[in-house]
Design a protein around this ligand. Structure first.
Ligand code: 13P
Ligand code: SF4
Length: 318
């Protein structure tokens, strides 16, 4: 269907259903724009989690990947949570199945279990804390100050970065993000040499050697903030290309260069793009009001435990 007609149809249904859009920066700009126009939230995963609770809508439509929809459902179980597709996975969630993870935790009963938000509801329920990239360092610092030893899962790169920043005693699970793990330090150093006046912005799911070249490391929201506030007019960005929609508008006078992935030279804006975030579009968003198979359900037995670890994150952030 024609894009404008779809947009109008979605707007009307949002009103009729008392629904609001909660959208991640990595999704299609069409979705980000529509979310802004209709008073929803476009943000990083922490803010997406916090938004649903504060907003009076009775239906949340989460444009992102499944763990984001599940997080919304766990935090607001009385709201209906819909997603354009339930097939949008995350390689970190897939890389941390509950059985082996639970066994790993059982083998280290003296350790506090901290997991990234990019995990299943069952993994969150096995954890003591959930964190997102925007507060991971602060939470771990707080736990390390209390003398706690930790298990960290699933992102190995983020875990190693936090360990370096905080000096915490952490056992790391070994999974990676298919998008960020592809950024290449050697090619990034070459890009820096070509653009010596550029600052480098890096999401901490990237490899250690890429983070080592960064001027700013942080969550998607924090990278957008850095793009606005750093004095540099040129920015080399190592995160999913979806972020450029917001970043460019946040800092319209600046030039953005995509950090190189394998075999690329910094000009391709689609090569660093999450295959699951990409599944969200106007047509499956429009369909989610009427078609079955778009609603998120989380096992009621899991919700109380997952809520405990997620609520700690939300309370810490407040
Ligand atoms: P943020 O919390 O930084 O938005 O990260 C979510 C994510 O999936 C990064 O790949
Ligand atoms: Fe998961 Fe990486 Fe996609 Fe984020 S970009 S949802 S971490 S696979």
């Amino acid at each position: 269907a024609d894009k404008e007609a779809l947009r109008e149809r979605i707007k009307a249904r949002l009103k009729a259903e008392n629904a609001v859009l909660v959208t991640h920066y990595y999704t299609d700009p069409d979705l980000q724009q529509l979310t802004e126009e209709t008073g929803g939230c476009v943000s990083d995963s922490l803010e997406m989690a916090r938004f649903g609770n504060k907003h009076p809508a009775t239906t949340l439509i989460v444009c992102g990947v499944r763990f984001m929809g599940e997080t919304a459902k766990i935090l607001t179980p009385n709201k209906r949570v819909l997603m354009p597709t339930l097939e949008a996975e995350c390689s970190l969630d897939l890389g941390c199945p509950i059985e082996p993870f639970s066994q790993f935790c059982d083998e280290h009963p003296d350790r506090t279990v901290v997991v990234y938000a990019n995990t299943s509801a069952a993994v969150k329920a096995r954890a003591d804390w959930v964190v997102t990239s925007s507060i991971a360092v602060d939470v771990v610092e707080h736990l390390a100050e209390r003398g706690e030893k930790l298990i960290w899962a699933p992102d190995r790169n983020l875990g190693r970065y936090i360990q370096e920043k905080t000096g915490a005693d952490m056992l790391l699970w070994n999974a990676t993000c298919v998008v960020h793990d592809e950024f290449k330090a050697k090619a990034l150093a070459q890009a820096k040499a070509i653009h010596p006046d550029a600052a480098v912005l890096v999401h901490p799911e990237s490899p250690e050697a890429v983070i080592a070249l960064a001027d700013a490391v942080g969550s998607t929201s924090q990278l957008i903030h850095a793009a606005q506030t750093l004095p540099h007019k040129k920015l080399i960005v190592a995160t999913d290309g979806g972020i450029f929609y917001k970043m460019q508008r946040a800092a319209p006078d600046k030039e953005f260069i995509v950090a190189p992935t394998a075999g690329r030279s910094g000009t391709c804006r689609s090569c660093a793009h999450c295959p699951w975030m990409r599944m969200n579009a106007l047509d499956n968003l429009a369909a989610c009001f009427d078609e079955p198979g778009h609603e998120i359900f989380v096992d009621e037995k899991i919700i109380p435990k997952a809520l405990r670890s997620l609520q700690r994150m939300v309370d810490f952030a407040n």
